[in-house]
Design a protein around this ligand. Structure first.
Ligand SMILES: Cc1ncc(COP(=O)(O)O)c(C=O)c1O
Length: 407
């Protein structure tokens, strides 16, 4: 049946889906060996599977499989509050709602703040699952350029003037941004807060990677600049620091907003997966999270450096890459004559050669950056990274020859 004959809602046109997520299904269908730089997933070996298995075998009781409280399991809320008290972002319970991962946090933010036709400012490039969430509520997107210090906040007032209206929400990924790896400077964070107050815009502060800083100086979060700012809607997740398949995250909002967040969540899924919340709570209770994070930081730094060294070895001046101080991603821009290669076309050739990445246009709602690639260094060992970059270089050779031959 053709969906055009069905009485679809108008918003169906703006359910654009996710090329990032679709790449998981595409890769699952491949039969040959592929080095995976595409998904922003922690390394399989970085997930404490044995501990989870042991916890799962010991802590579940008859209460673990019933409906839970929409705001989150008290056991997890308590552990999370205690854990966050030891970090740069102490957060009291009245600000926290447990969510089904970061994506549900983004959905809740947009559901509560975005009406059809509202302007939502986003970074360019951005995590397009986030911009897709805004689109699903009818947002019109305002793409703001980025440089090595994150979103070019200074450009925002002019862009807003041109748009003729102020943004309802500003979506930023302040630390080790997905996909660019850049960190928003403190001066820009301050300016963004000022603008948000001038315009009464909510800042959707999406920070899944903040606890994964492996180099440089910690710059703190928006909350350390403006504690208890009601315009901050902060989205957090255990996906990158524990495991994405758990689907457990949280939002940190003004306490006055929490009843609305809970009502919005109740209209979506009643409560977050209860057994998984218990697993996370018990993992934190045992005191293992800090040590786990320390191990991740050491390993991810090693992998980032391995990827940079492999890129240097196999591609040298043919590419330029960002140098993130944490997180998962390098943003690679093709240089010189290689800039003629289309990243989207390179994706196909790369797949055939046995390497997967996300092409730039998949990280831009308007399809920019066809000369750029997002490479995730977190999921692969240094040996596999070397192999994958070698394959990428082979794919680039083929693409370049094809482009030049076509002229
Ligand atoms: C910037 C950003 N926000 C949100 C998410 C989604 O997190 P989750 O998997 O917890 O839904 C991701 C995952 O890649 C991300 O990179």
């Amino acid at each position: 049946m053709n969906t055009q004959t069905l009485p679809l809602a108008r918003r169906a046109d703006q359910l654009v889906g996710s090329i990032i997520d679709s790449s998981t299904s595409l890769l699952a269908q491949q039969k040959h060996d592929i080095v995976r730089f595409a998904m922003g997933a922690p390394a399989n070996e970085a997930v404490p599977t044995d501990v989870f298995r042991e916890i799962a075998g010991s802590i579940f009781d008859s209460e673990s499989f019933t409906y839970g409280a929409s705001e989150g399991e008290p056991r997890l809320l308590n552990q999370l509050v205690d854990y966050l008290a030891t970090t740069a972002e102490p957060t009291p319970a009245e600000r926290i709602t447990i969510t089904a991962g970061g994506m549900q946090g983004l959905d809740l933010a947009c559901k509560i703040f975005v009406d059809p036709g509202d302007l939502v400012a986003i970074e360019s490039p951005t995590y397009t699952n986030g911009s897709a969430t805004a689109l699903s509520y009818g947002a019109e997107l305002l793409e703001v350029p980025m440089d090595e210090d994150g979103m070019v906040v200074e450009a925002l007032p002019d862009l807003v003037n041109e748009a003729g209206r102020t943004p309802k929400a500003i979506y930023v990924i302040p630390n080790f941004q997905n996909p660019s790896g850049t960190t928003l400077s403190v001066a820009r964070r301050k300016r963004l807060l000022e603008l948000a107050h001038e315009w009464n815009s909510v800042i959707i502060d999406d920070d899944p990677y903040g606890l994964l800083r492996f180099a440089g100086e910690d710059v703190g979060g928006f909350h350390s600049i403006s504690p208890e700012d009601p315009l901050l809607f902060s989205v957090r997740t255990f996906s990158k620091i524990l495991a994405p398949g758990l689907r457990v995250g949280w939002v940190n909002t003004d306490p006055s907003l929490r009843p609305l967040v809970i009502s919005a969540k109740q209209a979506m899924d009643t409560c977050t997966n209860v057994p998984n919340q218990h697993i996370v709570a018990e993992f934190i209770r045992r005191g293992g999270l800090d040590e786990h994070l320390t191990g991740l930081r050491t390993e991810y730094l090693k992998r980032k450096q391995a990827m940079q060294a492999s890129l240097d070895r196999h591609l040298g001046d043919r590419i330029r890459s960002t140098d993130p101080e944490g997180g998962f991603f390098l943003w690679v821009t093709l240089q010189g004559e290689d800039a003629q290669i289309s990243a989207q076309s390179l994706f196909e050739t790369g797949l055939a050669e046995g390497v997967a990445f996300i092409p730039g246009p998949a990280l831009s709602p308007s399809g920019k950056f066809d000369d750029a690639l997002r490479l995730c260094f977190a999921s692969s060992s240094p040996e596999r990274i070397e192999e994958g970059v070698q394959r990428l270089a082979n794919a680039m050779d083929k693409e370049l020859a094809a482009v030049q031959g076509a002229r």
